[in-house]
Design a protein around this ligand. Structure first.
Ligand code: NAP
Length: 484
């Protein structure tokens, strides 16, 4: 491992790879990427549950500079995306130091000192620290009394235990988010599934289909065709912002479409009632599935329409009082989103990032943070999306970081007043949206402050405009020259 680099990138998922490519494009070559796992891929390496796929169209869920004509269908499977990321890293000759976790990082005397462990123990000094650690990486394990008493296999959806033989087993799945609606229909093909639903989701048709060999061949030979498709998908995504963000007409049309979907797929009135959300459309991530309702309507999956409240050995007790025997438990219970574990590891001018974010994540431009000079954070505060491809956000942030570094040598500090103003802008934009006022619990909002800290409350166009100030100067930042 080198002792010094211009930039250390932490993480080799979509964000880390995007950053490495953007920096190289900007002529910044002295870059080290560290990755705590044994391979690249982030989310798409970690999530291997049955049915794992992406609910953003494949041709928009890819790097703009690496179009992939060969996606199997409108929506890509998880393993395809993982392979895609491995191929991009190989083609771009991005070779992260694997099995190399950041133990901590501190800003000292104008330099980041990143302490690493695993396969490359040591200290790496760098002018710039770029955090690309992901936002949905740490499984959230619910605090359910007696959970530890469960005698059989019990694991989180993002840590799938492929050694557990679930064929013919009674499997309880906890949770009804984007993960559960993908895995439940697949699991029900081999196991007897009981699904614990605390809150039903808004679900709209997925309309997936495979691309034919002829279509794939056309994509491969006609880049303009692929570019047009990307443009269409982008605009469709941007158009979805209205329904997700609370525009009254758009939300009511989308809500009606979701209710029609439910009615068409679930004839039983009582089951339908149990599956009908009572909060605003868009408040939680809107899910895409054509297989979830049929799995319940056919009786292949038993719905327990209340939370898992307690576990007594192999007996699972629902909040509604029912008891269910299970041989295995799958926790599709989501991720620690608002309090990112990496924040505790990073120490800036006056304390850790976790201290700075003790009331919720804040930033300027969703990408830089006051008190943390020469640091960029991708896919962190207010950078995720519910209506379009988050790869677009990552690319905008990566380009912004690269441009800033290429233009300004020296120490770059964010003006705290600029960060406060940006946070106030986010709060104002979010205040009347379903994410804040829609009457649900979601992973976009920090319970400590009630602030929207994960989601970007605007379109991708608006985000790009924010970061691409076209003179390119990112300037609520003080530049001290010569310290690079
Ligand atoms: P999630 O959306 O946070 O869902 C967690 C689920 O667990 C919720 O339904 C929650 O209920 C439930 N839960 C927690 N404790 C429970 C308990 N004691 N009893 C019953 N239910 C309980 O997590 P996720 O499904 O893993 O998805 C997280 C995010 O990952 C998604 O929003 C999405 O951004 C991303 N994702 C994307 C894709 C994709 O295709 N692009 C696929 C999977 C995931 P409440 O709703 O009541 O809190």
């Amino acid at each position: 491992m080198p002792e010094r680099a211009d930039v250390v990138i932490v993480g080799a998922g979509f964000a880390g790879l995007a950053a490495a490519m953007a920096l190289r494009e900007a002529g910044i070559d002295d870059v080290v990427v560290i990755e705590r796992a044994a391979s690249v891929g982030g989310t798409w390496r970690d999530n291997t549950y049955p049915g794992v796929a992406c609910d953003v169209p494949s041709h928009l869920y890819e790097f703009a500079n690496h179009p992939h004509p060969d996606w199997s269908g409108v929506f890509a499977r998880g393993d395809e995306i993982r392979t895609y990321l491995e191929n991009v890293a190989a083609v771009e000759r991005i070779a992260p130091l694997l099995n190399t976790p950041m133990l901590d990082a501190a800003w000292e005397d104008g330099t980041w000192r990143v302490r690493t462990g695993g396969s490359h123990p040591g200290v790496l000094a760098a002018s710039t620290l770029l955090l690309a650690c992901g936002r949905l990486t740490e499984p959230k394990i619910p605090e359910v009394p007696g959970l530890e008493s469960f005698p059989g296999p019990i694991f989180h959806s993002a840590r799938w235990d492929h050694d557990a033989d679930l064929r013919g087993a009674r499997v309880a799945v906890i949770g009804t988010g984007a993960t559960a609606v993908q895995l439940v229909p697949e699991l029900a093909k081999v196991a007897e599934v009981t699904l614990f639903q605390r809150t039903p989701a808004w679900i709209v048709p997925r309309d997936d289909r495979p691309y034919s060999p002829a279509e794939r061949a056309a994509f491969a030979t006609d880049p303009a065709l692929l570019a047009r498709l990307r443009d269409e998908l982008y605009l469709e995504g941007e158009a979805r912002f209205a329904s997700r963000s609370g525009d009254r007409d758009a939300a009511s049309a989308a809500r009606a479409a979701a209710l029609d979907h439910l009615a068409a797929q679930v004839p039983d009135r009582a089951l339908r009632r149990a599956l009908t959300p009572d909060y605003a459309f868009g408040c939680k991530r809107v899910l895409l599935s054509d297989a979830f309702y049929p799995a319940l309507a056919s009786g292949a999956v038993r719905l327990e329409a209340s939370a898992l409240a307690a576990v007594h050995a192999s007996t699972l007790v629902a909040a509604g009082g029912a008891r269910h025997e299970a041989d295995a438990v799958v926790l599709a219970t989501g991720f620690e989103s608002t309090e990112q574990p990496y924040a505790q590891l990073v120490r800036g001018e006056t304390g850790t990032l976790a201290d700075h974010w003790s009331r919720g994540m804040t930033s300027f431009g969703s990408t830089v943070v006051a008190g943390f000079p020469n640091m960029f954070v991708l896919d962190g505060p207010n950078a995720s999306l519910g209506h379009n491809s988050s790869v677009l956000m990552i690319e905008a942030q990566a380009a912004y970081a690269a441009r800033t570094l290429a233009r300004h040598a020296g120490v770059r500090r964010v003006d705290p007043a600029a960060e406060a103003a940006y946070s106030a802008e986010i709060d104002a934009a979010a205040a009347s949206t379903p994410w804040i006022a829609g009457g649900c619990r979601n992973w976009y909002v920090d319970e400590r402050s009630g602030r929207l800290t994960l989601l970007w409350p605007g379109t991708v166009d608006a985000f790009r405009a924010k970061l691409d100030t076209d003179g390119g100067e990112f300037l609520p930042v003080t530049i001290e020259r010569g310290a690079r």
